[in-house]
Design a protein around this ligand. Structure first.
Ligand code: BTN
Length: 330
């Protein structure tokens, strides 16, 4: 019922809506409306109330809430249960644990805080309470394990499109799936796959978005290389709405991927990339590649033209951008 009441205010954010109008439309008593509004206030929603005019919604809680995420996402085949934790070691661990107990495709785990947030290559991912969106989605795509890296690119493309649209921040993708703003890391994506007989059994699509972190929240070693939406735009954001918008976009691109293959995702990824056209360095074992990142190939690997004029294809790992301005974003 509270969702239905909130929907009234969402439809007409500027108008004062009377308790009488809500009670008539939802067929509940005015006392029930009043009680729901009191509960919403306790959850952090703020209302301006004017006698004889009614209520106007003036503020949303800065708390992650399953209903708010679901409302922002809408009905999606990619979204089943939503589980919110105040504090958890890592939402990735939770998803793997739930997957082993048979949890459904589309189970989402979100946390206000992670105490052992994980990045790629075993790195620590800073995830302080309320500072960002730390979430992992359990998916069970019917795909060969060899195509798992493409799903990472689907997620990065969806996240970049979402953040550009919803926040106006100048966000671009660094291969394969870091999201940068002002050449600093804004979001990280960690897709972990569990397979059987060469096919994927499940994937944990982990997304970390620095939303409200301030410079003082970062340890000195991250201060010059990490950024947040607040630092980039000077604005605060409704984290539930952002999470929902990402899920909607990911659902759309996931469907596109299964309907038309990787080609349209590749085109979108390339248009959002801040890697292509720049000089990069990549090291695996004792093999060092340096050159200009040229394109993404049909599998999602990065094609680099070396100084000797050869073309080298990078399938995994990290790249370092060593020169050149990022291509203009937006
Ligand atoms: C990276 O850039 O190295 C990937 C970072 C991924 C961080 C997210 S936050 C939610 C999920 N849970 C984790 O422990 N990691 C991912």
């Amino acid at each position: 019922m509270r969702e239905a009441i909130l929907a009234f205010f969402a439809r007409e954010p500027e108008r004062y809506i009377s308790g009488e109008e809500i009670s008539r439309n939802l067929d509940i008593s005015r006392t029930a409306v009043w009680k729901h509004i009191q509960t919403l206030k306790k959850q952090g929603y703020r209302f301006d109330s004017v006698p004889n005019k009614g209520y106007r919604l003036t503020g949303m809680p800065d708390k992650l809430d399953a209903d708010a995420i679901r409302q922002a996402a809408g009905e999606l085949s990619l979204l089943a249960d939503i589980i919110i934790h105040e504090s958890v070691a890592s939402t990735q661990n939770e998803v793997h644990r739930l997957a082993a107990t048979g949890a459904a495709h589309g189970t989402l785990v979100v946390a206000e805080e992670q105490t052992e947030g994980r990045g790629r290559q075993g790195r620590f991912w800073l995830s302080p309470p309320g500072g960002g969106i730390w979430m992992s989605l359990l998916i069970r795509p019917d795909l060969p394990i060899a195509l798992a890296p493409q799903m990472t690119l689907v997620a990065a493309t969806a996240l970049c499109r979402t953040l550009r649209r919803e926040t106006g921040a100048s966000v671009g993708i660094k291969w394969p799936n870091d999201l940068l703003a002002s050449d600093k890391k804004l979001c990280g994506i960690l897709v972990e796959s569990v397979g059987e007989d060469e096919r994927i059994r499940h994937m944990a699509v982990g997304v970390g978005i620095d939303v409200h972190l301030e410079a003082k929240d970062y340890p000195p070693e991250l201060r010059d290389i990490a950024t947040s939406l607040l630092l980039e735009t000077g604005r605060r954001f409704d984290r539930g709405a952002l999470a929902g918008a990402f899920l909607r976009e990911f659902d759309a691109l996931y469907d596109l991927y299964f309907a038309e293959g990787f080609a349209p995702i590749r085109t979108l990824w390339e248009s959002l990339s801040v890697t292509l056209g720049r000089r990069i360095r990549h090291q695996t074992g004792d093999r060092l590649t340096e050159g200009v990142a040229e394109s993404l190939d049909e599998r999602g690997a990065l094609v680099v033209k070396t100084d000797a004029g050869d073309r080298v294809t990078l399938h995994a790992g990290e790249i370092e951008t060593i020169a050149g301005n990022p291509p203009s974003m937006l």
